[in-house]
Design a protein around this ligand. Structure first.
Ligand code: PAF
Length: 298
């Protein structure tokens, strides 16, 4: 496994691999790798001959400096996990490789990036789509894999890839969950022990919504009221957003649900009352009213 630090070297490697007729799959990450990332690596492996992972904590997608500074950075452990997973190349650039001095060019998606995380984290998706474009140009992959936990990010990246004509196949990897149902995320380790326990309210709220749907409930207002009620049972949790939207356009769902509908949640957790842990925002989602399960439960 090679660790490459410059875009130029990565591009040369990509040209060399492509010249041999071999396919590259890229898994872009911000490190702090967990089994969810390893499953994305596995998805990539099934689609290509070489599997490349980028590890870069992208400053432009954080709208709060303390979130950027506190984001877990575990490069040595990540490199070991990649080696064990048979990764061929890690791309771990320094910020100046992706943002040369004075950089002032952005890649920005329109309406799809406006609601949900776009509304509660202004500028977030502009940072994501800009860095992902740069990673695509550096790695020149045939395939790129992103987690379905970040549902809107996946939709925005698919749109950007299509609109910009990158010619890269975007693959979504299913959300992996902890035993109690919490979606795996690099941010989970920042929760205090009490907040970590309470974080299972997110999946509880999602499953409650599924049960309500199965029981015939179709009212958007009633479904969302139940979601709020479940999450508010946890003393350290507060709902950032809980919304029902069209899974393709991300426009608001009608008052009465008629077809597949995205339930998208973002929940803020406070540090534990004894000061352990940090303030952490977690997201999760489920497409309701479709037969396909997305959390590996069935
Ligand atoms: O999902 C992530 O970890 C990041 O948003 C990504 C896609 C690596 C861009 O920095």
């Amino acid at each position: 496994m090679d660790i490459i630090r410059t875009t130029r070297e990565l591009q040369e490697r990509a040209d060399w691999v492509r010249a041999q007729g071999r396919k590259i799959a890229l898994v872009p990450t911000m490190g702090a790798l967990h089994p969810g990332h390893l499953s994305l690596i596995q998805c990539g492996r099934e689609k290509a001959d070489e599997i490349w992972v980028s590890i870069f904590v992208n400053p432009t997608q954080f709208n709060q400096p303390e979130d950027f500074e506190g984001y877990p950075r575990t490069f040595e452990v990540d490199a070991e996990s990649c080696r064990a997973a048979g990764v061929d190349v890690i791309f771990a650039p320094t910020p100046d490789q992706l943002y040369p001095n004075g950089a002032q060019t952005w890649v920005e998606v329109g309406d799809l990036a406006d609601p949900l995380c776009g509304a509660s984290r202004p500028g977030h998706f502009r940072g994501v789509t800009t860095v992902v474009s740069k990673l695509f140009l550096a790695a020149r992959p045939h395939v790129a894999v992103f987690g379905e936990k970040d549902f809107q990010q996946l939709a925005v990246i698919r749109r950007m890839t299509r609109d910009m004509g990158f010619g890269i196949e975007i693959v979504g990897g299913p959300t992996l969950r902890e035993e109690d149902g919490l979606a795996m995320s690099s941010r989970n380790v920042r929760l205090g022990p009490r907040a970590r326990k309470q974080a299972q309210v997110i999946i509880r709220a999602i499953r409650q919504a599924e049960r309500n749907i199965a029981g015939g409930e179709r009212s958007t207002a009633s479904l969302l009221e139940a979601v709020h009620k479940t999450i508010e049972e946890a003393s350290l949790a507060s709902v950032d957003y809980a919304e029902l939207r069209d899974p393709d356009s991300l426009t608001e769902a009608p008052g009465k649900l008629v077809g597949p509908t995205l339930l998208a949640l973002a929940v803020n957790f406070a540090p534990d009352p004894d000061g352990q842990g940090a303030a952490v925002r977690l997201i999760d989602n489920r497409v309701l009213l479709q037969s396909r399960q997305t959390d590996g439960e069935s």
